[in-house]
Ligand binder design. Sequence first.
Ligand code: HEM
Length: 379
Amino acid sequence: PYPEYDQLRSRSPLLHEPRSDSWMIFDYEGVKRVLHDHEAFSSIVAPPSSQTSQWLIFSDPPRHTQLRALIMRAFTSRAVASLEPRIRELSHALLAPALERGEMDLVTDFSVPLPLMVIAEMLGAPVEDQPRFRHWSDVILALSHTTAGGEEAARVQGEFRAVTDEMKVYLRGLVEQRRVSPKDDLLTRLIEAEVDGERLTEEELLGFFQLLLVAGHETTTNLISNAILCLIENPDQLARLAATPDLLPSAIEEVLRYRSPVQAMWRVTRHDVQLHGQEIPAGKMVMPMIGSANRDPRKFSDAHRFDITRDPNPHIAFGHGIHFCIGAPLSRLEARIALSAFLERVKGFQLASDAPWEPRKAIHVHGPARLPIRFEPGR
Ligand code: HEM
């Protein structure tokens, strides 16, 4: 999408899309303003009756403030750091079967299962339940990439309702277990979290569980796949990283900028808003294009160059302002561990086919659907 972004951005940082009557914002400053100005740009984009209206990401203050404070009680940096040994174990276990073969589809074999396993782990769900997590996450994602109306949308919505009921029963079971015997895990902390005498309701817990599956899965999957893709496309940067492994955190930041896993978000104007000298009327959908902002040449020198030593790198891949991604420390940790395990074990990797990569089919996210690679076997 990058040449298109450039073209559109240089014509005008704002584009009105007549079919959907929505506004797309392409420049760094504009995108940052939309994300930051929650007073003018509301996050309540889901119809109030839908299950997704319970999600933190689709809420505004004061409810957002309260909900986020409760969740942050549980989602502490200590809780995230404690996952490190387990993420390492899972990364090596996922790579092992491919090592002898000398080939794998990076996406299916590695970057899809890892974040899913980590979420299941965080909730304290047993490993054998993971196929269910996979199914739930697929259905929730399908919801996000089908357009409104039509038979297909009705089918997906029906499936989503069924999955929501299933998840409710499942989560209730886990919550009961934790009430009887609390554990040192995220779920126990979520149940026990209290702010101003309030706790999360069952609906809110379920909403957060669903949001974790979407927000914490597809995004991190794409970060890991995009990182390997960027390194294959830029052998000089791969050589540099191999010579200086300490550059890995900085390389991950550059992947977040260069191929942002989340390309766009949604907002709706609360009242008429002036942006770059144009007026967006009240009640309109606005899409801050994060992927384009992160390639804005007015903010980033040599914006289309993948440079793992870029410094400073003020990308907004995790958003900006009150909705800033709460999973940022976790996905940085996952990416760091997954990539260092991969780079340590997989030598001489290259694309196994010359076919151009196909994007994953979810709206607003950016990453390959498959990434078949070959490498030196037997390690
Ligand atoms: C919010 C990106 C991983 C949970 C956001 C937002 C972005 C984002 C752009 C802001 C949305 C907005 O302004 O409307 C990413 C990227 C990730 C990632 C690029 C990985 C590379 C994760 C993970 C989790 C997570 C691993 C959880 C385990 C959330 C939640 C919010 C959020 C709960 C909503 C925060 C709020 O509304 O206050 N993420 N995310 N994300 N993210 Fe992430």
